[in-house]
Design a protein around this ligand. Structure first.
Ligand SMILES: Cc1cc2nc3c(=O)[nH]c(=O)nc-3n(C[C@H](O)[C@H](O)[C@H](O)COP(=O)(O)OP(=O)(O)OC[C@H]3O[C@@H](n4cnc5c(N)ncnc54)[C@H](O)[C@@H]3O)c2cc1C
Length: 434
């Protein structure tokens, strides 16, 4: 019997998940990846599912939107979450990974799948195949973006910011202390405290530092560059990313005036990320300004913060909830380019697009998860054509359909929402296995 075949463009978080779901259903897949022949401005190594900025997949607890999303993805057989378990580094209540080990694990799993053929080249036109999934990410190559624009009209875009990374060796531990906020976790963060004067110096330098040029400025709140946030008021960052609450400096036995947290970037603990310090300052200014924080006075920067264009589709006009294109059922999109926002959201949409492309080829019904699940709610969001100004969206409890009897207490409400989702998925998928 002739095999069914699909093409997946982009071996990022979404593309690897999509390819895996297709392959597991017996579909032969060609997975196209332009690395190492071509790299986007934020990709640096040739492995798949590269994490371009933070190494965190956010909170784990089920009563958080990010935690629920991950649990749903585990039920659907996520290759990224399987790899994440093997690449894990301590990060309090969050799931954080060594980015190199993580990408290597995903790459290994994909290479072990006999139904997947890997093709290392840039795709410049929408491939012709029995099913096609485009998962080329927010930094999609120009040629393919052009091909999409000529087929579907203009793509949307906004700017996104990434935080700098320093070496562990270069942190001055006489000026830092290891502690998790409110002593949750196992002292997973390195804290860089500042007294009032040190904070004032840092603040002045930050708001007056030279920034790189941007053609347009439309950054969403969660990824606002620190210098932009700082300009909103003298204490804005002291109540934001530099907040000292829940911390006690063992040298003074007091809460610092302001505090920068550093999070481990790799399992060896040789690199640390400056949490919340996404920035668009020019590189020399980043070194000058962040080195004013006492613990970072000799810091060696292995990667500076950057800002990038993020491209996404006008999905409400273009896509169905199963991630297929309206009136073009063989073509699917997955990942950040569809307007889901975040590593896990991108990977999750890849799972759904992969299952649905396979279902289309196998002449089965599309998998449309209801908005009692986080994945269903995100799918509903991206194709909601009542939205006036479409913007990328990450997992959030507010997207889920309301409970019939919602507890007033927020934590209990979130727990009930998570329970409802997982009950639905477990029943649905155990019924399918029977
Ligand atoms: C700078 C930046 C920082 C971000 N930081 C975070 C963060 O800290 N946390 C978070 O949760 N999310 C973050 N995001 C958002 C998002 O989660 C990531 O972009 C995520 O990697 C998206 O997954 P994806 O699979 O859609 O795309 P990607 O992971 O980018 O995968 C796309 C793949 O397609 C390949 N490709 C592109 N064009 C072609 C082509 N024409 N032919 C063949 N291959 C092609 C690329 O090389 C890449 O491997 C960030 C995004 C950016 C741009």
């Amino acid at each position: 019997m002739a095999h069914l075949h699909a093409s997946v463009v982009g071996a990022g978080l979404a593309g690897t998940e999509a390819a895996m779901q297709l392959a597991k259903r017996g579909i032969r897949v060609t997975l196209y990846e332009m690395k190492p022949k071509r790299f986007s401005p934020a990709h640096f190594n040739e492995d798949f599912a590269e994490l371009v900025c933070s190494n965190s997949f956010k909170a784990q607890r089920l009563s958080s939107a990010a935690g629920l999303l991950k649990q749903e993805m585990r039920i659907l057989g996520s290759v990224c979450l399987c790899a994440a378990e093997k690449a894990r580094v301590p990060a309090g209540g969050a799931l954080a990974v060594d980015r190199d080990i993580f990408s290597k694990e995903v790459t290994k799993e994909i290479k072990n799948q006999e139904n997947i053929e890997i093709c290392r080249r840039e795709v410049t036109e929408i491939p012709k195949d029995e099913a096609v999934i485009i998962a080329a990410g927010p930094l999609i190559s120009d040629a393919l973006a052009k091909a999409l624009e000529s087929r579907f009209g203009s793509l949307l875009s906004f700017y996104d910011a990434a935080a700098p990374i320093v070496t562990a060796d270069s942190i001055d531990f006489d000026e830092a202390f290891i502690q998790s906020r409110y002593d949750t976790g196992e002292g997973d963060y390195v804290n860089c405290p500042m007294n009032k004067q040190q904070y004032e110096n840092f603040y002045e330098a930050l708001v007056n530092a030279k920034t790189a040029k941007l053609h347009s400025f439309d950054v969403y709140e969660g990824c606002m560059p620190i210098e932009v946030l700082a300009k909103r008021g003298r204490d804005s960052i002291r109540y934001g990313p530099l907040k000292p609450v829940g911390l006690k400096d063992p040298r003074t036995a007091h809460r610092p005036w302001a505090n920068l947290q550093l999070r481990k970037e790799n399992a060896a603990g040789t690199l640390f990320n400056l949490v919340g310090m996404q920035t668009n300052l020019i590189f020399s200014e980043q070194k000058r300004v962040f080195s004013l924080i006492p613990a970072l006075k000799n810091a060696e920067f292995v990667r500076y913060g950057v800002m990038h264009r993020n491209t996404f589709l006008n999905s409400p006009r273009l896509l169905n909830a199963d991630f297929s294109v309206k009136d073009e059922r063989k073509l699917f999109f997955a990942g950040q380019i569809t307007g889901v926002e975040g590593y896990m959201e991108s990977a999750g949409s890849g799972i759904l697009a992969g299952i649905n492309a396979a279902n289309m080829l196998l002449r089965e019904e599309p998998l449309k998860l209801p908005p009692v699940t986080m994945l269903g709610a995100l799918s509903a969001y991206i194709c909601d054509n009542t939205s006036k100004e479409f913007q990328p969206m990450g997992a959030a409890f507010g997207l889920l359909s309301a409970l019939d009897e919602a507890p007033k207490d927020k934590k209990l409400r979130y727990e009930a929402l998570a329970e409802r989702s997982l009950k639905y998925l477990k029943e649905k998928f155990s019924a399918q296995e029977d």
